[in-house]
Design a protein around this ligand. Structure first.
Ligand SMILES: *Cc1c(COP(=O)(O)O)cnc(C)c1O
Length: 368
């Protein structure tokens, strides 16, 4: 970062070289923010009331999150000690990476995947080892297996993958788990699992208790609509969760977040109905883009991936002019969240214009 202000203070060079986390573009006036995979629905009244009741902000929260952990444990058929709650699943990722990997160690993950992964690994002092996605946007688990070395301390598997939306299948994942040593921590990041409708997809909840080295990570940020309150959870073997607890900043999960998580679970039926609506929008958006002549990977998340290649910035600008902010990752592609119903109409109304401006060779031009 050449334009960063200089300082005489000695800081870690790899941290100084790290770009700060880039948030999705805000929506244009009257437009749609489809850049952060947020849930577009307003919070439910019951959730807002629970947050208002958690009003003793002069007191520290329950550091052990006893009630929520007990509730999640019952839901997943595990003991409360096998559940760990964090301030979003990004905080949990950070704890597990810190617990497993330091200088000289490697953390392995597919790329492109969640944009937070590289920074978390660097902050831990460890080295990222990235394995390219297959051309269709899926994890290449055979190549990931082959990339495991003596130095590998953690593997991040993201299903559905942010930003391509592709799932890892249960068969692929079980083969992967059988092939890697049980000394290697595997983190299955299932931030979008509630949006999956593919019966072949891996479901970490069905694998609990089977592997001493597997932790699944889930979040209230996406399907449950609590991104602003920061709440996620990990489920896995107690010694691994204890290591994450030891690496955690204490008291990061607020009482408001815990109360909201509890209220959201109370409102599961209503929230699940909203997820179904979003899945319906995703299917309508995907079908409409395909009908316009665009290739997009089958998405199991609340977003779609347009592999616009060298045309990524041009497509992002076109969307921006249409009042849509999406997340551009030039020169690979652009991730567009499934948001308001009208935002789907808006996107479909510019689909043929997107096709027109895509450069020759952009994967999204492939018609298939
Ligand atoms: C959004 C997201 C998360 C979770 O974020 P939190 O808000 O920190 O829970 C985790 N992993 C992936 C892949 C995501 O896209």
């Amino acid at each position: 970062m050449t334009d960063a202000p200089r300082t005489p203070v000695r800081l870690r060079p790899e941290i100084m070289a790290l770009p700060a986390y880039k948030q999705g573009r805000p929506a244009a006036e009257g437009g749609y923010k489809l850049s952060s995979n947020e849930n577009p629905f307003e919070p439910l009244p019951g959730v807002l009331e629970a947050v208002a009741r958690a009003a003793a902000i002069n007191r520290y929260p329950d550091a052990a999150a006893v009630d929520l952990r007990a509730r999640l444990a019952e839901r997943y058929g595990v003991t409360p000690d096998e559940v760990h709650v964090g301030a979003g699943s990004v905080a949990l990722l950070s704890q597990f990476i810190d617990a497993a990997a330091g200088p000289g160690d490697e953390v392995l993950y597919a790329w492109r995947s969640f944009e937070a992964y590289p920074g978390l690994v660097t902050v831990a002092g460890a080295t990222s080892r990235r394995v390219p996605l297959l051309p269709d946007g899926r994890h290449d688990l055979d190549a990931m297996t082959a990339a495991v070395t003596e130095r590998t301390r953690a593997v991040l598997v993201c299903s559905p993958n942010n930003p391509t939306g592709c799932v890892v299948t249960a068969d692929e994942f079980e083969r992967f788990m059988a092939a890697v040593p049980e000394t290697l921590l595997v983190l299955l990041d299932e931030a979008y699992v509630e949006f999956v409708r593919d019966a072949a997809a891996v479901d970490g909840a069905t694998l609990l208790g089977r592997y001493p080295n597997l932790v699944i990570l889930r979040t209230f940020s996406k399907a449950w609509g609590l991104a602003g309150l920061r709440l996620g959870y990990a489920i896995g073997p107690v010694p691994l969760l204890d290591a994450a607890r030891a690496a955690a900043i204490p008291l990061s999960v607020t009482a408001a977040a815990l109360a909201a998580g509890d209220a959201a679970l109370d409102a599961e039926e209503e929230l699940t109905a909203r997820v179904d609506i979003l899945v319906g929008r995703r299917e309508r958006l995907s079908a409409g883009l395909a009908a316009a002549g665009l290739w997009i990977p089958v998405s199991s998340g609340n977003f779609v991936w347009l592999a616009a290649g060298a045309g990524t910035e041009a497509v992002a600008d076109l969307l921006h002019e249409s009042g849509i902010s999406a997340r551009a990752f030039p020169p690979e592609g652009i991730r567009i969240s499934v948001g308001e119903e009208e935002s789907v109409d808006k996107l479909l109304s510019v689909a043929s214009e997107i096709v027109r401006i895509l450069p020759e060779g952009a994967p999204a031009r492939r018609i298939g």
